[in-house]
Each structure stands twice: as structure tokens, then as C-alpha cells.
Design a protein around this ligand. Structure first.
Ligand code: ATP
Ligand code: ARG
Length: 372
């Protein structure tokens, strides 16, 4: 029997009952195209024909279908992953697709594993990854959070976006000390200011085709915005990919200081708002790559000798469970030889271990560069 639709989904047009024939048609066509493509996505790797048949008629309690989960990967064959969870229930209803993708991306977190409790660890043990200031340009640690009681982007109504932005901005303006700052809604921000914030690596980009195809940019720019302190070392994104992205960053390699600020920020916000946490998956996020700790700790780094052979740089980074991105983040190229290197996995380890993984790996990469 088809699950009944959640109230708000009727408002956003999702029907109760079986999967719509139009949706099934799109699924069939998109699946056939993906099969014959040379896509390297985890979606293509794990969505076999028998699994497709098993999942194509399922719906979550929010009315979301398999198409809602995979449409980004169907539209973008160059996706690395290709799936998003339109709502928290999708991780359960479509678990036969999400579980192997999670296991692959998070380097062995199996469907029988349980994400450990949150533990930020002993921050005193983390220092500067590049005390000589020769390699690391800047360091950033971010995490994602979802507000309890709200689904993810594709299922949010315009009214919910506005309500969430109000809650988030009001809460953030209560922060004090180093975290004290202001919320800047995207609505009304000049294009020049927006572009400057993007160019300076503080703000999310606009028009991400992976998110757009996932139906995650509806009502844009309503409900989206950025909070930051005066120094722009503590920032919170509202309603881009996740409800909240909490970020600590600064020039240089002082990971310890940056991580301490992140913890202080997260804990101050957690005192004031309730976030969705799953008993097995940890903190819940829209993309399965961001579950668990949700932590991505990165450096912007110049390692010209290693990077003269990009394949080699990726291979060395991979040895330490690190991922290499371009200067403007995911799906971008390196500019001026600056790479973004971060911990890849976020599940099956604590927050401290995720950050430590980046810390230790970067020390090794610097060793390789110095010896090259
Ligand atoms: N160490 C860093 N120093 C300065 N800027 C950084 C650093 N790491 C990431 N950034 C910037 O953060 C912005 C967002 O990057 P990106 O979208 O790749 O990652 P993210 O915010 O962690 O989220 P996601 O992994 O979901 O894409 C980009 O402008 C990127 O250049
Ligand atoms: N921001 C993210 N969630 N990144 C991970 C995946 C991004 C995109 N959907 C892909 O598959 O390539």
C-alpha cells in the first residue's frame, strides 16, 4: 500500500497513492540513458536493473520517489555520487541504494555499522599544520545541520523557507564574543556583494547544477543567506544544500584555533536549536556524503612539486583518506596551483578523528612535497 502524504507535500504538489506514471516514465528513460553512459557515479555503480525494479514504485512518508533521490545523477552523468535524500525517510525506504553508496564513499561504513556518538575530542592536541607558513594558505572546518521538524530542500515550502530563515537568523544574532555577527539574506543582497563573498570563499556559489537538478533550489533566493562575524572567521550558511552549514576559517594553518572556534559555535547554536540526528547515521544531511559527523576539514594548499602530476597528488592524498578539490571548491579547477585538500569520509568516526585525519594527512603531504 502506498504511504500517505505528509501534509506539507500536498501543498507542494506531491500526490498520495502510487507512483505517478509520468514519474515512472522519467525514471525508465533516465535509467536507460544512465546505463549506456560512461558515468562514473556511485549511482550508476549501485543502481542495478533488479534494484531499480525493486525501488521504482516505492514512496517515502513524505511522498518522495526514487526519481526525487536520483534525478540529479540522471541529469548530470559527471556526478561523483548522483543521489540526494529528499527527506530523512528516504534513507530508510531507499536504503538498498543509499547503503552501498554510503559504504563506498565513507570508506567502509557498512549497513550494519552505527555512527559513534558526537565527540569533538581533545582540541589541545591539534596545532598548526604548517607553522612555517610555506604551503598552507588557509584552513576551514565546516559541518552541516538539519533543523528538526523540517524535511530537506526538495520538500520545503516557500513558507517553511521563510520560517526557517527567521529562526536561524534570530538565533544567530544572539551569539556573543568572537562569534558575534550579522545575518545577510541573499534576498536584497547586491550581485556585487554576493560575488565578492563567493570570490573570497565565504559564500556558496549560485546555480549549482547538481543541486538544481535535485530540485533543491526552489524559491531561490528566498530563505537563503549567510551569517558572519566581523572578521569572517565564523560563518553560517542558511538553506543552501543543508539547512545550516556552520563554518570556521582563517588564513594560515592554525587548525587548532579554527577547530576550537567551530566547536564553540556549534555548541552555542545547539543550545538554542534542535537538530536532526539518526540513531545509526548520525547527523542527517541532504547528501549521503555529508552524514555522520558532517565534518569537512580542508586546507587551501600549494604543493607545486606533487601537483605537477595531478594523478600522483590524488594518489598520495587518497593514501591518507583525503580528497582533492579545486580552488573554488567541488567541481572546480585549481587556480594558481592552489588545491583544496580535505578529509573524505565523515561517518564511522568521531568529529575529532575526522579532523585528525586531515591534520595527519596534510603533515604527510607536506613531507612528500618537501622531499620531492
Ligand atoms: N581551506 C579553505 N580555505 C579557504 N576557502 C576554502 C577552504 N576550503 C573550502 N573553501 C571554500 O569554501 C567554499 C565552498 O566549497 P565547497 O562547496 O567545495 O565545500 P563545502 O562548503 O564544504 O560543501 P560541499 O562539500 O557540500 O560542496 C568554496 O569557495 C571553497 O573555495
Ligand atoms: N556537495 C555535495 N553534497 N557533494 C557531493 C556530491 C555532489 C554531486 N551530487 C555529485 O554527485 O557529484
Amino acid at each position: 500500500m502506498a504511504a500517505a502524504c505528509h501534509d506539507c507535500y500536498r501543498k507542494c504538489g506531491k500526490s498520495a497513492g502510487g507512483v505517478d506514471p509520468n514519474v515512472l516514465d522519467k525514471l525508465e528513460k533516465g535509467f536507460a540513458q544512465l546505463q549506456t553512459s560512461n558515468s562514473k557515479s556511485l549511482l550508476k555503480k549501485y543502481l542495478t536493473r533488479p534494484l531499480f525494479e525493486e525501488l521504482k514504485n516505492k514512496k517515502t512518508s513524505f511522498g518522495s520517489t526514487l526519481l526525487d533521490c536520483i534525478q540529479s545523477g540522471l541529469a548530470n552523468h559527471d556526478s561523483g555520487i548522483g543521489v540526494y535524500a529528499p527527506d530523512a525517510d528516504a534513507y530508510t525506504v531507499f536504503s538498498k541504494l543509499f547503503d552501498p553508496i554510503i559504504e563506498d564513499y565513507h570508506l567502509g561504513f557498512t549497513k550494519n555499522d552505527k555512527h559513534p556518538p558526537s565527540d569533538f575530542g581533545d582540541v589541545k592536541t591539534l596545532g598548526n599544520v604548517d607553522p612555517g607558513g610555506k604551503f598552507v594558505i588557509s584552513t576551514r572546518v565546516r559541518c552541516g545541520r538539519s533543523l528538526e521538524g523540517y524535511p530537506f530542500n526538495p520538500c520545503l515550502t516557500e513558507a517553511q523557507y521563510k520560517e526557517m530563515e527567521k529562526k536561524v537568523s534570530t538565533t544567530l544574532t544572539e551569539l556573543t564574543g568572537e562569534l558575534k555577527g550579522r545575518y545577510y539574506p541573499l534576498t536584497g543582497m547586491t550581485k556585487k556583494d554576493q560575488q565578492q563573498l563567493i570570490d573570497d570563499h565565504f559564500l556558496f556559489k549560485e546555480g549549482d547544477r547538481f543541486l538544481q537538478a535535485a530540485n533543491a533550489c526552489r524559491f531561490w533566493p528566498t530563505g537563503r543567506g549567510i551569517f558572519h562575524n566581523d572578521n569572517k572567521t565564523f560563518l553560517v550558511w542558511c538553506n543552501e544544500e543543508d539547512h545550516l552549514r556552520i563554518i570556521s576559517m582563517q588564513q594560515g594553518g592554525d587548525l587548532g584555533a579554527i577547530y576550537r572556534r567551530l566547536i564553540e559555535g556549534v555548541q552555542s547554536i545547539e543550545k538554542r536549536m534542535k537538530f536532526s540526528r539518526h540513531p545509526r547515521l548520525g547527523f542527517l544531511t541532504f547528501c549521503p556524503t555529508n552524514l555522520g559527523t558532517t565534518i569537512r576539514a580542508s586546507v587551501h594548499i600549494q604543493v607545486p612539486k606533487l601537483a605537477s602530476n595531478y594523478k600522483k597528488l590524488e594518489e598520495v592524498a587518497g593514501r591518507y583518506n583525503l580528497q582533492v578539490r579545486g580552488t573554488r571548491g567541488e567541481h572546480t579547477e585549481a587556480e594558481g596551483g592552489i588545491y583544496d585538500i580535505s578529509n573524505k569520509r565523515r561517518m564511522g568516526l568521531t568529529e575529532y578523528q575526522a579532523v585528525k585525519e586531515m591534520h595527519d594527512g596534510i603533515l604527510e603531504i607536506i613531507k612528500h612535497e618537501s622531499a620531492a
